[in-house]
Design a protein. Structure first.
Length: 305
C-alpha cells in the first residue's frame, strides 16, 4: 500500500516557490563561477566535480525541504528524519566543497563579516547545530515549531547555517582560515556524533508516540498547512484517521525507524569524514617525509598554533 501521494497536487508535492529559488541559486552560481568570475580577485576555472557537487547539494536541499520528501516528512516521521539527515549531514559538505576557494576568500574577507567572526570558533561549530537539533526534537518544541510556519522556516535556516559552520571546521577549503589540525578534526567529528546521540536515543527507545504531529489528527492538520495550499482542514477531512491514513506503520514504529535512520546516516557520513581527514593527514605526512627540504621542527610549531 502506498502513502497516498496521488491525493496531493503538483504544487503540494513540488513547491514551485522553492523550485524557483533553487534554480535561481544554481543560475547565480553558474554566472559567478563562469562569465562573472573575472570580477573576483584570484579567480580561476572551477572544476566540473565542484560544480556538480554544488548543484547536487542545492537539488538535494530542495528535494528535502521543498520537494516530495518535505511533504512525506509531514506524513511520516521516518521521512522527516531522512530529510533532516540529507539537509544537515550531506548538503553542507557538498556546498562547501562546491564553492571555489577564491569565492570564499573574496566573499568573507570583507570587513562587514568581522563582527561575526566569533561564530567561527570551533566550540561554537561543535555545539550550535547539536543544540538546535536536540532542542527542536523535544516533543513540545517540535510540535510547536511544525505548526508555526514562519518560525519553522527561520529555525530550519538557522540549523542549516549551524551545520555549514560545523562542516566548515572539518573540511575548511581555505588553508589559512583553518583553525583545527587534522588530529583535532578527527576529535571534532567524533564529538559531533556523540553530542547528537542523546536526542536519537530518546527517539529510538521511546515506547509511546512523542510527537503529536504524527499521532494527533488536529495537530497534524495544522502542521500540514506548511505543505498544502488553501484550507488544509477542508482538504484533509476526507482522510479518516488523519496521519494514520498515509503512514505505512504505527506511530511508534515510525518514530523508532526515523531515529535509527538519522543516527545511521550520521554515522555513515562521519565515517566517510574520518576516513577522508585521516587519509589527507597520512598523505601529507608521507609527502613531508619524502621531501628532504621540509623543516619538521617548524611544522610542529605551526601545527600547534
Amino acid at each position: 500500500m502506498g502513502m497516498g501521494l496521488e491525493y496531493f497536487s503538483f504544487a503540494d508535492l513540488w513547491s514551485p516557490v522553492m523550485m524557483v529559488i533553487a534554480l535561481l541559486i544554481i543560475l547565480l552560481y553558474s554566472l559567478v563561477t563562469g562569465p562573472w568570475r573575472e570580477r573576483f580577485a584570484g579567480s580561476g576555472p572551477v572544476e566540473k566535480r565542484r560544480q556538480a557537487a554544488f548543484i547536487t547539494g542545492i537539488l538535494l536541499l530542495y528535494l528535502a525541504q521543498g520537494g516530495p520528501l518535505s511533504l512525506m516528512g509531514h506524513l511520516m516521521f521516518t521521512f522527516h528524519m531522512t530529510a533532516m539527515a540529507i539537509s544537515y549531514f550531506i548538503v553542507p559538505a557538498l556546498l562547501i566543497y562546491g564553492v571555489p576557494v577564491w569565492l570564499w576568500r573574496s566573499t568573507f574577507s570583507r570587513p562587514v563579516w568581522r563582527p561575526l567572526r566569533f561564530l567561527m570558533n570551533p566550540l561554537f561549530g561543535l555545539f550550535a547545530f547539536n543544540l538546535l537539533f536536540s532542542v527542536y526534537h523535544m516533543p513540545a518544541n517540535h510540535d510547536w515549531i511544525m505548526t508555526h510556519y514562519v518560525f519553522h522556516g527561520f529555525y530550519y535556516l538557522a540549523m542549516l547555517a549551524a551545520a555549514m559552520i560545523s562542516w566548515w571546521h572539518v573540511m575548511c577549503p581555505v588553508p589559512e582560515w583553518s583553525r583545527l589540525t587534522n588530529l583535532r578534526k578527527l576529535g571534532f567529528i567524533f564529538l559531533n556524533g556523540l553530542l547528537l546521540t542523546p536526542a536519537c536515543v530518546l527517539i529510538i527507545f521511546a515506547t509511546t508516540p512523542l510527537f503529536s504531529v504524527y499521532s494527533d489528527p488536529d495537530t497534524w492538520v495544522r502542521a500540514m498547512g506548511y505543505c498544502i495550499s488553501g484550507n488544509p482542514a477542508d482538504f484533509l477531512s476526507r482522510f479518516q484517521g488523519g496521519p494514520a491514513f498515509f503512514s505505512l506503520m504505527s506511530p511508534t514504529d515510525d518514530q523508532q525507524l526515523g531515529g535509527i535512520i538519522m543516527k545511521l546516516l550520521q554515522e555513515f557520513v562521519n565515517i566517510v569524514a574520518l576516513y577522508t581527514v585521516f587519509m589527507q593527514w597520512y598523505r601529507r605526512e608521507r609527502a613531508q617525509d619524502d621531501d628532504p627540504t621540509f623543516d619538521h621542527a617548524s611544522s610542529g610549531r605551526l601545527n600547534n598554533v
